[in-house]
Design a protein around this ligand. Structure first.
Ligand code: ATR
Length: 279
């Protein structure tokens, strides 16, 4: 759609940023809802972050998404950091309003909403979860599971100390166990989440034996290239409900789009296909 001189502008800041699917994702919604707006990739290096953020805000941008390597650094530059971003220690969404930069994190929302929309009646309340990994994505997911009432969240990470640091900074019913114990940890769990890069195209596979995992346990992977990772395939073959990681990417974009452009956009099958078709 053609834009006017009054168009609202948003984008994604990162370095590099050319692999981001956010421009097509938000572009799809801008077209769908006939909004006078644009969403562009903004390749910004670390040393230019502060000056560029201030400039974007002064230039009339309504906000932006934040990707690697800026997710933590933007907290120092924002005027207001909400509780969610503060707890996670990183922001993926900025809103520029009244000459102020507001920072939030919608990754946990994206994760939770993806499960809620994909599995009928799903809720984290009272569940026992196993989370593999302790990077930025794990932090957002663990914080959300705790906040939504999980009874226990077992965290396993190759580097155990990183998991210990993470759970000591989050408030919740966490238990850290050794990466080598991952097969045994699945006994009695209701939810298994892979937040590591294992299984991603070009990376090593995730080696895990699902034999002790209850057949009712929901299995999800934040990796979405490939869409069906070997973890999801193994879980599907033994009859577990599985949820792929593409939905997390789509749902995490919803609150930002709504804050910037004033419409709460819908995640549909057509949108999934449009984002999957991006090469
Ligand atoms: P993100 O912020 O996207 O979560 P990250 O911070 O790079 O990404 O985290 C990647 C996760 O994958 C970490 O939990 C990492 O484990 P370490 O903390 O030990 O590095 C995990 N990971 C990456 N390669 C791995 C491997 N070969 N075996 C096990 N875990 C791996």
């Amino acid at each position: 759609m053609a834009v006017s001189g009054n168009a609202k502008m948003a984008g994604v800041i990162g370095w590099p940023v050319k692999h981001s699917r956010s421009p097509q994702l938000h572009g799809y919604w801008l077209d769908k809802y006939g909004i006078d707006g644009v969403y562009v990739p903004l390749a910004i290096q670390e040393e230019d972050l502060a000056s560029c953020l201030r400039a974007l805000s002064k230039m009339g941008f309504v906000g932006c998404n934040v990707t690697v390597p800026h997710k933590e650094a933007v907290l120092e530059l924002a005027d207001d950091v909400d509780d969610v971003a503060r707890r996670i220690g990183a922001a993926n969404t900025l809103v520029f309003r009244d000459n102020k930069i507001l920072a939030t994190n919608t990754d946990g929302f994206g994760f939770y909403e993806n499960l809620r929309q994909s599995v009928n009646g799903w809720s984290a309340n009272g569940i026992r979860a196993v989370v593999l990994g302790a990077g930025g994505a794990s932090r957002a997911i663990c914080a959300t599971l705790a906040e939504q009432g999980a009874q226990e969240v077992i965290v396993l990470n190759r580097t155990r100390t990183r998991a210990e640091t993470m759970v000591s900074e989050l408030n919740g019913p966490f238990r850290v166990i050794d990466w080598d114990q991952r097969n045994a940890a699945l006994d009695g769990t209701d939810l298994l989440v892979n937040t590591t890069t294992l299984g991603m195209a070009g990376q090593r596979p995730l080696e895990i034996d699902l034999a002790t995992l209850p057949k009712t346990a929901v299995v999800t992977d934040i990796v979405y290239t490939p869409l069906e990772t070997s973890l999801l395939e193994a879980a599907r073959l033994q009859g577990n409900p599985v949820v792929d990681g593409l939905g997390m990417l789509l749902y995490q974009a919803v609150p930002g789009f709504e804050a910037w452009f004033g419409i709460r956009p819908e995640v549909t099958q057509e949108l999934r296909e449009a984002v999957l078709a991006i090469r």
